[in-house]
Design a protein around this ligand. Structure first.
Ligand code: FE2
Length: 383
């Protein structure tokens, strides 16, 4: 935390400027500070939820007095004539007076994009340790957040054991495929995932809105020849496309593709979303890529369609580049999970000799991140 040494009222009380001993100045607006007060009349002391609406704060709210003391910032708001104290560390953590422009496709702090080199340091957790030791779980979840991918070894070889992996951090998301789905050869497959063919790397279920944000695949048998699993970082693929073809990257972020699945009776799932999704401020937030469920793209203007297709093709080539993939073969009792909004997964082809039986299910990334953040918060409080 920078030590704050000076506070100055700006614009007749509409804002303040806090300057640290290192000379760094951060400005905060009066309305923002009033809205983010942590006094017991503004926030519930128990759960921290805000007790007021913005309408409860006068439109002409302003700061009439500001001082530093006792490790905090003390402000008087008018016309309420209310004095509120602020924690300087909290203000440091939540400062928004930043000028650095970020390129389109920037990734959030703590996200690390990767290619085949990750094979040497795949995030792996031991099932028993993850269940027993919150610190091991924290480190593994942190890696999953960072890389969008993680393996679990040493799990039970039991039908339904994948639910215990989901229970490490959250809850299963049930879909029309059931609470879980079987991935094994079928004589008459209704979905190509259930045959022995190899599959191009893809994100699952882009035809849902929202998509399942976590997928778990758990191995129960794997004596067939081949059938390795493979993962590719879609964020890295998008970064490479941006480097090689900025215009194509822009087209894939600006226009929606369409996805559809109607392969089972009573099901017709459709979604319209970009293949590369950015937040309004340019943050790279999701990849959707799945040749099997791509529907006709109708929302790209005629004059851009040829370039759009060229970029779509180039993105596929980047995804198919062996230099991008991490490949591994799961043994019974091993599983992996991917952030399905980021990391693509694939299966190499396998022969009919022997058997391959995986079970898969979906879960939610917000639950995973919540479990991680709650452990980290507890750590901080204990420190
Ligand atoms: Fe899949």
């Amino acid at each position: 935390m920078c030590e704050k040494t000076r506070v100055e009222i700006l614009d007749g009380g509409a804002a303040i400027a806090l300057t640290s001993s290192t000379g760094v100045t951060c400005r905060f607006h009066a309305v923002w500070l009033r809205d983010n007060a942590w006094d017991e009349n503004t926030r519930a002391p128990g759960n921290g939820q805000r007790l007021i609406t913005l309408g409860d704060i006068p439109k002409d709210t302003s700061i009439s007095a500001a001082s530093l003391g006792g490790g905090g910032l003390h402000l008087t708001f008018m016309p309420e004539n209310r004095m509120i104290a602020y924690d300087l560390a909290w203000l440091d953590d939540h400062a928004y007076d930043k000028t650095a422009a970020r390129p389109k496709g920037w990734t959030a702090p703590g996200i690390e994009t990767w290619d085949a080199q990750l094979a040497n340091r795949v995030p792996v957790g031991d099932f028993a340790s993850l269940r027993r030791n919150p610190m091991d779980l924290r480190d593994w979840l942190d890696d999953v957040r960072r890389y969008g991918f993680g393996k679990v070894t040493g799990g039970p070889v039991e039908n339904g054991a994948l639910f215990e992996v989901a229970a490490l951090f959250g809850h299963v998301r049930e879909t029309n495929y059931g609470r879980h789905f079987e991935v094994r050869t079928e004589v008459k497959p209704s979905n190509l995932a259930y045959t022995g063919l190899g599959l191009q790397a893809h994100t699952d279920n882009p035809y849902r809105d929202p998509v399942p944000t976590v997928q778990i695949l758990y191995c129960l048998e794997n004596s067939a020849k081949g059938g390795e699993n493979m993962v590719v970082d879609g964020f890295r693929a998008a970064e490479r496309l941006r480097e090689q073809d900025p215009h194509g990257f822009d087209l894939l972020t600006r226009y929606c593709a369409k996805f559809e699945y109607a392969g089972s009776s009573g099901v017709c799932l459709r979604a319209r979303r970009p293949m590369i999704e950015l937040a309004p401020d340019g943050e790279l937030i999701a990849i959707r890529f799945n040749n099997r469920s791509a529907a006709a793209i109708t929302d790209v203007p005629y004059e851009h369609m040829a370039d759009y297709y060229a970029a779509y093709r180039r993105l596929g080539e980047i995804i198919d580049d062996p230099g991008m993939e991490v490949t591994f073969k799961l043994s019974p009792g091993e599983s992996f999970l991917v952030d399905n909004t980021r990391v693509l997964h694939a299966r190499k082809g396998y022969s009919g000799a022997g058997s391959r039986w995986l079970q898969g299910c979906y879960a939610d990334k917000d639950g995973l991140l919540s479990t991680l953040a709650a452990i980290q918060l507890k750590d901080r409080k204990a420190a």
